[in-house]
Design a protein around this ligand. Sequence first.
Ligand code: NAG
Ligand code: NAG
Ligand code: NAG
Length: 370
Amino acid sequence: MFSTPYVLSFSLLLSLPILFFFLAPHILPPRHSVPISLDDELDDLALFHRAAAQSSSSSPPNDPNRHFHLSSSKYPKLKIAFLFLTNSDLHFAPLWDQFFNGNPTDLYNIYVHADPAVNVTRPTSGVFKGRFIGAKRTFRASPTLISATRRLLATALLDDPANAYFTVLSQYCIPLHSFRYVYRSLFVSPTFDLTSFEYDPEAARLGVRLMYKSFIEILSKERILWKRYIARGRFAMKPEVTFQQFRVGSQFFTLTRRHAMLVIKDRVLWGKFKLPCYRDDECYPEEHYFPTLLSMADPDGCTKYTLTRVNWTGTVNGHPYTYKPAEVSTELIRQLRVSNYSESYLFARKFTPNCLEKLMGIAKSVIFKD
Ligand SMILES: *[C@@H]1O[C@H](CO)[C@@H](O)[C@H](O)[C@H]1NC(C)=O
Ligand SMILES: *[C@@H]1O[C@H](CO)[C@@H](O)[C@H](O)[C@H]1NC(C)=O
Ligand SMILES: *[C@@H]1O[C@H](CO)[C@@H](O)[C@H](O)[C@H]1NC(C)=O
């Protein structure tokens, strides 16, 4: 017979590795995570507070519960806020200049968040001139990318109450259509969203849309999801985010004003997603935070697909396929536009910077001709 102390110490010994297995994600420091400093966090909070306070005192023009005429003089013209998140020069600035050129400036705004640790050339002319916002350091596969995006959203919310859609892009994104086409697709076209069942001929005749949705990819059946969920620590996300609620999607999306506000007001999920991962190789919080938050808060207000085409065939290291100059052609632009969910993709990524010349060559005749 075993003596009681023996059994006790044996079971203690046995339980140690088990305990360690369960606790490890909490007590082991992650390998090379980049924590967000308290100063940065407080700075951001102050900005988000200001944006939330200002906006709740002024009635947003795109309240989805209110039907309105685009031509009505009662509301300011609705704008698209283009939010560029970059850690290098804006390689395609001349193409974007041409995209915006000649369009009424009361239909859009531009904001750029450039990593301050990189010597990004600030354009001295063109649409990006003077559009750089207060920025902080960003690192790939880290919550700093979530912060940067929230900073862009908050700045745009504060800056102009007419900003109604918020489109996040990177320096590797290009437009696939003219500004006019993009604007009409988002605000006016009753047929653009192929997944919507809201089509109403009367609304179409009047040129109004009954409901404005966010174009954000929200995927729930991806094979990587479980790995990504436990990479954060076996129990790290509970109870706020269960595995069943965890989503993935592209960080390049177009949000309505209502959702932009929801995102900058969130504290609960941010408190979870800002924590460092247990496993860095499966840690891409920026691909999970936004789809998870919006799918929990307002799934019916989201189309669940993105307007930015990306080619994941032959992906290396989590980077999508990057097009080179030899591949840029009329045919490529046509292929990239084809979407299963909408009448067309509006943007695409990624392109190497030296694609600029060839893209400019087909800008007028192909890209902006629609
Ligand atoms: C940043 O780039 C500009 C223009 O290329 C250059 O003149 C300047 O010296 C650079 N600054 C740093 C700190 O590298
Ligand atoms: C996607 O990338 C692959 C290479 O990984 C290429 O063969 C294919 O043509 C690309 N698809 C499109 C639509 O460009
Ligand atoms: C559209 O759906 C088909 C069938 O599922 C798929 O093969 C194709 O890759 C999809 N196209 C895009 C652009 O996602």
